[in-house]
Design a binder for this molecule. Structure first.
Ligand SMILES: [Zn+2]
Length: 50
């Protein structure tokens, strides 16, 4: 199977880069950046390359 980390999130406010799965991606969009609390947009995620 694939890894559990399907996206790379890069915060536009604090530049933190975090590998996330789909559930974590949804949580970040709903709750904001886990590091700085800035609002997170779907465009802040890039699909992780194999
Ligand atoms: Zn941040």
């Amino acid at each position: 199977m694939s890894t559990s980390e399907d996206y790379t999130f890069v915060c536009s406010a604090c530049s933190q880069s975090i590998a996330v799965n789909d559930a974590m991606r949804q949580a970040l969009v709903e709750n904001g950046c886990a590091v700085c609390g800035s609002s997170v947009e779907p465009e802040d995620f890039e699909p992780a390359e194999a």
